[in-house]
Design a protein around this ligand. Structure first.
Ligand SMILES: CC(C)(COP(=O)(O)OP(=O)(O)OC[C@H]1O[C@@H](n2cnc3c(N)ncnc32)[C@H](O)[C@@H]1OP(=O)(O)O)[C@@H](O)C(=O)NCCC(=O)NCCS
Length: 152
């Protein structure tokens, strides 16, 4: 599976995948729509250049069919470097063909190269099938994630 690091120009080709993850992004006419999209673009562009992040894409016929972004940070909990799988999205038409599992294996190789002692991720509660996916890959659901939206 040919995968590569994303660059800033990839935002537009990655957008259809991000919309599959967050369908609200499709509501371009909603008040927050365009601003949201601009914020998303600017985070994407920062992440692809950040020394403590990696954004990887899989292409088929010049179309991005999967995206995974990873960040790295020190945690006391793991007593060392920790990798966070921030997002993993496989295009709807390419699911259940092993691509997601392959990307997780790649992520784990990268984590080992970074000397990470653990990998963490969060998954929204409404993604029931996703929970089965992670458990099948050996990830245990051991914590709650609490979230509070604040506006600057
Ligand atoms: C979760 C996701 C990345 C899995 O990618 P994928 O390429 O379909 O995964 P795989 O083909 O490697 O699936 C491996 C196993 O996961 C489980 N699985 C994956 N999708 C599933 C689904 N919709 N329902 C039930 N089990 C599922 C199955 O056990 C599957 O094994 P099998 O079909 O070989 O028995 C993909 O479904 C996706 O992008 N979902 C939407 C976004 C998302 O939820 N991302 C994760 C956010 S944390």
């Amino acid at each position: 599976m040919p995968f590569r690091e994303a660059h800033e120009d990839d935002f537009q080709v990655c957008l259809p995948l991000l919309r599959q993850l967050w369908p609200a992004l499709n509501e371009a006419t909603a008040a927050a729509g365009p601003a949201d999209l601009e914020a998303l673009r600017s985070v994407f562009c920062r992440l692809v250049k950040a020394p403590d992040a990696q954004v990887l894409v899989v292409e088929e016929n010049r179309r991005v069919i999967a995206l995974m972004d990873l960040t790295f940070r020190e945690t006391l909990f793991h007593r060392g470097p920790t990798m966070i799988i921030e997002d993993l999205i496989v295009d709807e038409a390419h699911r259940r063909q092993g691509l997601g599992s392959e990307l997780v294996r790649r992520a784990e190789d990268i984590a080992r190269r970074w000397g990470c002692r653990g990998i963490e991720l969060s998954s929204d509660l409404h993604r029931a099938a996703t929970r089965r996916f992670w458990e099948g890959r050996g990830y245990k659901c051991e914590a709650y994630q609490f979230r509070k939206i604040i506006h600057p």
